[in-house]
Write a protein that binds this ligand. Structure first.
Ligand code: ADP
Length: 493
């Protein structure tokens, strides 16, 4: 049911507009109370007027009832004075009075038609027993009431059974009076209030329309300001301070703008770095090729030497492109993790075996210290990238005849791989930057030994994909230790 209402609601796009909602709210808040008030006032006027009329008539009836007793009217209804009184009362209130004795017989009817008849009505019987009632019939517009005709036993007539002050009900006056005049007044009041209401309706319509339009103006300003940014007229932070709400929206928007700017800047940096890095080997190749071409009779050895250089540059270009591809694949949002349970010691062993020839060339010893057996949920390819990049760096930046120690350990939640070397070390101020793409402490040295400046970025991204951490401690001239900590259970929250 709610779903259906929601669909209907969303189909009428106008109802989703804040302006339309404000209009409806302001209009209803003004109009509904005024309608309720009109009905409440009319109702209470009617009640009050009927009450006043009933008590007026009741008072007069009580006086007449006393006269009836005094002149013994229930036995003899010929008293001209009382008849005149009754006539006057019924004329005054446009009503009818029936005087009924205790035998339920009508003694007097101001309409005369009922005289002599017996009336068996609940109200009359109740009244004879002492309970008088007044009923208002709003549909037929009259009030019907009963008044007891009571005699008070005086001192002179008192008997032991009936002491002085006892009330004896001898009969009942059954009276109905018209409320036509009340209804007429109600009609006039109702018409007048209806006119006021219609005027109020127009006034509220205009008020709601104007206020709703005024209240949404700041949102229009927000849209305009955002459009200006969208269309590129400005990229300065924007403010529309009319409402706290607009301020909050624009704060969030400005933060987004700032983030986009940072991303844009870093993308531009990256593109210019990539172009530069890719251009360097190509420039070398071009220079080598041109110098060969310029020599008409270059000896075959020179060709061979230059060709070896060209091949080395091509290999370098290939390495940069491969590293860039690994980096793109490792992009946090795009990367897919292929998680399996891996024996970390065994994997480290395989990587060390693969890197041993390079280490041997530099006379560097590789040592594996396994503190315990470690089985962890990891993406094997990505973890291999982390370990080989770290160990390769430890070999590359090591001193001659140095050692690289790889320590594998674990606690109940994480496993750690520590890669220590005895190399050049990293200056304190560079420790934060080494993970940036293309950052190298010593650019020319790194290039000489075949570095691309991408290895640690790749390693860091892969560690983050494993929800792990990487940190480096280094003492210049003494060596560096990289520690990677990764959760044993990838899927555990
Ligand atoms: P590269 O391909 O140049 O090695 P990396 O991203 O792997 O690029 O490393 C970035 C820089 O951090 C390196 O150029 C080097 O200056 C420094 N670095 C990385 N590992 C070590 C290490 N074990 N010892 C000393 N310096 C290191």
């Amino acid at each position: 049911m709610i779903e259906i209402l929601k669909t209907i609601f969303f189909r009428f796009t106008r109802l989703r507009s804040l302006r339309a909602r404000l209009f409806v709210i302001i209009f209803l808040v003004g109009f509904v109370p005024s309608v309720i008030m009109r009905y409440a006032i009319l109702e209470s006027y009617e009640d009050r007027a009927v009450d006043v009329r009933s008590s007026d008539v009741q008072n007069q009836l009580k006086i007449i009832a006393n006269h009836l007793i005094a002149s013994n009217y229930l036995k003899d209804n010929s008293s001209a004075v009382i008849n005149a009184e009754l006539e006057q009362l019924s004329n005054l209130y446009d009503g009818r009075v029936l005087i009924i004795n205790s035998a339920l017989q009508v003694v007097k009817d101001t309409y005369t038609i009922g005289e002599g008849r017996i009336i068996i009505s609940e109200e009359v019987i109740k009244c004879l027993k002492g309970t008088s009632v007044a009923n208002y019939d709003s549909d037929n517009r009259y009030i019907e009431m009963t008044t007891p005709i009571v005699e008070l036993v005086s001192e002179n007539n008192a008997t032991p059974e009936m002491p002085a002050g006892t009330q004896i009900t001898h009969g009942v006056m059954l009276t109905s009076v018209s409320t036509e005049s009340i209804s007429a007044t109600m009609e006039i009041l109702s018409q007048k209030s209806f006119i006021v209401e219609v005027l109020l309706l127009f006034f509220l319509f205009a008020l709601a329309l104007i206020s709703a339009n005024l209240l949404v103006i700041p949102f229009g300003r927000v849209t305009k300001a955002i459009s200006q940014v969208k269309e590129g007229f400005t990229d300065e932070p924007i403010t529309v301070a009319d409402y706290l709400e607009t301020e909050h929206i624009l704060d969030a928007f400005n933060q987004l703008l700032y983030r986009m700017k940072v991303l844009d800047d870093s993308r531009n940096d990256f593109v210019s770095n990539v172009s530069h890095e890719l251009k360097t080997p190509i420039t070398s190749i071009k220079v080598l090729a041109e110098s060969l071409l310029n020599q008409n009779d270059a000896p075959a050895e020179l060709y061979r030497e230059f060709m070896l250089d060209i091949a080395a540059e091509i290999e370098r270009e290939d390495k940069i492109i491969n590293d860039l591809l690994s980096l793109v694949k490792m992009d946090k949002t795009a990367a897919k993790m292929d998680v399996t349970v891996v024996d970390i010691n065994a994997l480290t062993e395989i990587i060390l075996k693969r890197l041993r020839p390079i280490a041997r060339k530099r006379d560097v010893e590789l040592v594996l210290e396994s503190k315990r057996e470690v089985l962890a949920e990891v993406d094997e390819v990505k973890l291999s990238l982390i370990l080989s990049n770290l160990i390769e760096n430890a070999i590359k930046y090591n001193k001659e005849q140095g050692t690289v120690t790889v320590t594998v350990d674990a606690d109940y939640q994480f496993f750690s791989v520590e890669v220590s070397d005895l190399g050049t070390g990293i200056p304190e101020e560079a420790l934060e930057q080494i993970y940036e793409r293309f950052y190298r402490v010593d650019k020319s040295h790194s290039r000489e030994i075949g570095g691309t400046g991408l290895g640690l970025s790749i390693a860091k991204n892969a560690v983050l994909l494993h929800k792990g951490t990487i940190k480096a401690i280094s003492v210049e001239g003494e060596g560096t230790t990289f520690t990677v900590r990764i959760p044993l259970n990838y899927r555990a929250k």
